[in-house]
Design a protein around this ligand. Sequence first.
Ligand code: GLN
Length: 491
Amino acid sequence: MAIAPVHEWTLLEAARRVREGEVSSRELTEALLARIAALNPKINAYLTVLPERAMAQAAACDEERSRGTIRGALHGVPVGLKDIFCTRGVRTTCGSRILHNFDPPYDATVTSMVLSAGAVLLGKHNMDEFAMGSSTETSHFGVTRNPWDLSRIPGGSSGGTAAAVAAAMCFGGIGTDTGGSIRQPASLCGVVGVKPTYGRVSRYGMIAFASSLDQGGPITRSVADAALLLSVIAGYDRRDSTSVDVPVPDYLAAAGARVNGLRVGLPREYFEGGGLDPAVKASVERALKALTDQGATAVEVSLPHTSYALSTYYLVAPAEASSNLARYDGVRYGHRAEGSAGLIEMMSRTRAEGFGAEVKRRIMIGTYALSAGYYEAFYGKAQKVRTLIREDFGKAFGQVDVLLTPTAPTPAFRLGEKTDDPLTMYLSDIYTIPCNLAGIPGLSVPCGLSAEGLPVGAQLLANHFREETLFTAAGAIERAIPLPRVAPITG
Ligand code: GLN
């Protein structure tokens, strides 16, 4: 059998081949840098590419291996990071003009975990500004295009990472998910994305959007790759006060386990209503059949407070964002408006120039929701509804092991289609947001193609710290529904 071109290998295959000396890290890195040079001008998945640094890292990995040293599970394997993770001495913009010149003096914990596992850093991925968006169109540095159809958006906010993985411009990447930003772009780009349990992956050095919801996680071309990458970045970090000290199970083994006897819940509320595209519904039904054919049982469940999730999120997330983004004042780092008369004028001009429209909208909503006299009515009330949503999941996981739903209501839409209508854009995350509010883990796995040949993902949700159940169910879906994992790059 002919060996697939280097860029098409899975992360797991690439790691094994480097470890066993079948290929050098330099060969892998060169192949992917060539792929980035050819495709990035069309797709704009990378904001920063690091050719010299990557080649030097690859050479060091090859040299170490020749002496018998393997750093870890990703030894010599080229990956990318969403430009929200701080990288020491490497520009980190968060997709914003306000950080266009920010060179962090330290690495995020995720960055250092990936590097100490031996990965080669190819560069930093494009994203919606401060991770606010569902299409990567709010980036200050231009939109990322979907490699399955260049006239369409890749989803967001981790659209750069999902597009880079789908177009085989890296073997895997790390994104972040506050309301769906890993799972929704993974679904729209035909790749696997995991939002871990809140507290599973350190948020230290990950630029904050909504601190009680944000979580980093892997985006890859296979379920096993996601399992491997999560096992590299998961774990307790004393520098993140919300990090939880529980052991990291063997996710890779879970990805190959059988689903026999697994109870799969179908939340009624996720399939009702007019917004669900028929092609998405049919693909998710196929995913369910894949599970039941392999011995799982389907159970209908109810999550009665689902319809309140979107409005709850759009109070909690902007409120936390307005507070987190107060630090961008032109004094400490990033952009500073020049020629101002005094401090107040400098700060307000810096923020006026540095933030885009969507970020300003969120800051205004959040500031309003937190203002004296309104705090209890808005933020306080939203927190109460959030508890009810969390309790719905608790009850459901008394009956089932995993929930199966669509990830996004539609396949990838066209560039510009929803930019003038924030409310329609916000509906892109209707199925992914409840998971963040409850703090549970969620995963999107490809399960079909629409009539136009666009990828569709199924979402799996499990109870807190049960990521292994997600990998088991997703592995079974992946084995039963073979799909192309490298996007055809058309349009
Ligand atoms: N699209 C959602 C928003 O705009 C979620 C973003 C995210 O998960 N970071 O807030």
